[in-house]
Ligand binder design. Structure first.
Ligand code: ATP
Ligand code: MG
Length: 567
């Protein structure tokens, strides 16, 4: 992480932490955790939580942040997701050191605490099935009803709990429920289930268990066992906090400490969804090229698209932490990556839609190396050679036979500057006799204009170009938003989400030209293709024979004004 990265503002969570450290609450320590459920790849919303949890730990001397996999639902979890989460957290620039844990590490103590809750009269074995339980639960306006099994003896519950663990019963036959308050206005407190029977293989514990704790039960105890001081989570857990505290209060003196749960608003972004369930549905439907499709808001998708860890961290810094809804415009994310790449991406040239130009004033065997700086403001980034030859490509849209007003590029009889090279004049337009399509231009160059504008006349436009022979063919993939509506999360309905997909979200340009040599760059290298935007060499489909670039983001459109300074 670079030194000049700005410190995050003192949001309400950082203020609480600072106060707690000052007063010595929690023993003057700060221990946080990032607790993903390994049921999908991480997305930009998780980045917010990662930057907060690891950030708070890093900013305070002696701080620690654990990576904990909340793996209480073996049916939805996979090792593949665990590996991807580790990769993504590291890539974002954070380090859990030796503190990587699994909630499943605590299955034995969690079970023991379950026995204890039963013995203390705080939990019971229930025989209601799912449907009955729903019926008994009540609604937001009506209290629930107590289970007929609620007052069975602790001895009986304990015996059944042990037999549940021993695998004597089928799924759904029994549950362990906390004995709290069926009349509570908070539905989470109406005797929630804390253990269920699940004859499922678990990615970490194998076939050792056939009963699994619920998230609410496992989470608070895992936090306490790890000595977490501040358990930071998103606002939808606010209504779960009384349960979090209730469980830990019942186990006081046994679990060691009582972390403080603090909620902040979750990140929601325009034109995308941030829910692993929905992202999983996109992957399964095949509309995207996996979790790391460059249109996905996943960390791996953003990486493949060309986003840098610094840009994502900067985005998280700019959105901040609060309790107010955090609905963010896509342009904020884009401006973070532009600001980073503007400084750090080497410049290169690419022609997306090539039009051949023959420079009649250049000999057929002429090949002159011209020097082009890799970055206009940063000489340390060095320079490279571009080869001035008789046949070149320019962008088809940089030529217009019947130019609109204000068109500053090449027109019949007009002049334009070629970036890093000469001024050329268009002398002849060669067309397909049948269709009238422009096939080729014949131009002449002014040899006195290398890196300098002529003094006797004004040449306004500057365009990019590439030599035909010393350039390479490449595929360039341009992306738009995956969804055609700014709030797909709201409009999303089950399998029907396909109607929300933007049919133009991927445009493949397969006959582009790039500067010679770029195809040999390491996968993931990002260039600014001058006048076009930022492009990242794809890490999945690119080969040296068939380079593929992903457009990360376009340029600000002020380019033309900035660049026409004689080169
Ligand atoms: P999803 O709906 O994508 O599955 P989740 O909250 O169930 O999200 P978890 O794996 O449980 O996913 O999340 C790990 C941590 O990341 C949690 O602390 C959660 O609050 C946080 N988190 C998840 N999504 C967001 C978001 N959009 N904004 C901020 N934090 C988030
Ligand atoms: Mg979750």
């Amino acid at each position: 992480m670079s030194k000049n990265e700005e410190a995050p503002p003192l949001d309400f969570i950082r203020q609480i932490v600072a106060n707690d450290l000052a007063t010595g609450k929690h023993g003057g320590k700060v221990v946080t955790r990032f607790p993903p459920e390994p049921n999908g790849f991480l997305h930009i919303g998780h980045a917010k939580s990662i930057c907060l949890n690891f950030g708070v730990a890093r900013e305070n001397a002696g701080g620690q942040c654990n990576l904990r996999f909340d793996d209480t639902n073996p049916l939805k979890e996979e090792d593949l997701y665990i590996q991807s989460i580790r990769t993504d957290v590291k890539w974002l620039g954070f380090d859990w050191q030796e503190h990587m844990y699994y909630a499943s590490d605590y299955f034995e103590p969690l079970y023991q605490f379950g026995e204890r809750l039963i013995q203390d009269g705080h939990a019971f074995i229930c025989e209601l099935n799912v449907e009955q339980m729903r019926e008994y639960r009540g609604t937001l306006t009506e209290p629930g009803r107590e289970s007929p099994w609620r007052n069975r003896s602790s001895q009986e519950s304990l015996g059944l709990f042990r037999r549940m663990r021993a695998g004597e019963f089928p799924e759904g036959r029994y549950t362990l429920r906390a004995k709290i308050d069926m009349a509570s206005p908070n539905i989470n407190m109406r005797d929630p289930v804390i253990y269920r029977i699940l004859h499922a293989h678990h990615h970490q514990t194998g076939d050792q268990w056939c009963i699994y704790p619920t998230y609410d039960y496992a989470h608070c105890i895992s936090d306490a066992l790890e000595g977490i001081t501040h358990s930071l989570c998103t606002l939808e857990f606010e209504d779960h906090r009384p349960l979090y505290d209730w469980i830990l209060d019942r186990l006081e003196g046994v679990v060691g400490c009582h972390p403080q749960q603090i909620e902040f608003s979750r990140l929601v972004m325009e034109y995308t969804v941030v829910s692993k369930r929905k992202l999983n549905a996109l992957v399964r439907s095949g509309v995207v090229d996996g979790w790391d499709d460059p249109r996905m808001p996943t960390i791996s998708g953003l990486r493949r698209r060309g986003y840098t860890p610094a840009a994502i961290r900067e985005f998280c810094r700019r959105i901040g932490i609060s309790k107010t809804p955090n609905n963010v415009e896509l342009s904020l994310l884009e401006s973070c990556i532009r600001d980073d790449l503007e400084q750090h991406a080497p410049r290169a040239m690419a022609v997306l839609d090539p039009l051949k130009v023959v420079i009649t004033t250049v000999d057929p065997d002429h090949c002159q190396a011209l020097t082009a700086a890799n970055h206009p403001q940063n000489p340390e980034m060095g320079s490279r050679s571009l080869y001035w030859m008789r046949e070149i490509f320019i962008e088809r849209e940089d030529f217009a036979e019947n130019p609109p007003k204000q068109f500053k590029r090449l027109v019949p009889g007009g002049e334009v500057r070629l970036r890093h090279a000469y001024v050329i004049r268009c002398d002849e337009v060669i067309k397909d006799p049948a269709s009238g399509a422009v096939l080729e231009l014949r131009c002449s160059h002014d040899p006195n204009t290398l890196h300098a504008n002529p003094t006797d006349r004004k040449v306004k436009g500057v365009i990019h170009w590439l030599p035909v022979q010393r350039s390479r063919q490449a595929e360039i993939r341009c992306y738009e938003t995956l969804f055609n509506t700014p709030n797909p999360d709201e409009a999303w309905q089950g399998e029907d989400f396909m109607r929300l997909i933007n049919p133009n979200s991927l445009q493949i340009l397969s006959h582009c030209r790039i500067e010679e040599g770029l195809q040999n760059s390491p996968a993931g290298t990002i260039f600014q293709f001058e006048r076009q935007g930022y492009f990242c060499l794809d890490s999945k489909h690119a080969t040296a024979e068939r380079p593929v670039f992903n457009r990360t983001v376009g340029l600000r459109d002020s380019w033309g004004k900035q660049q026409n300074k004689g080169d």
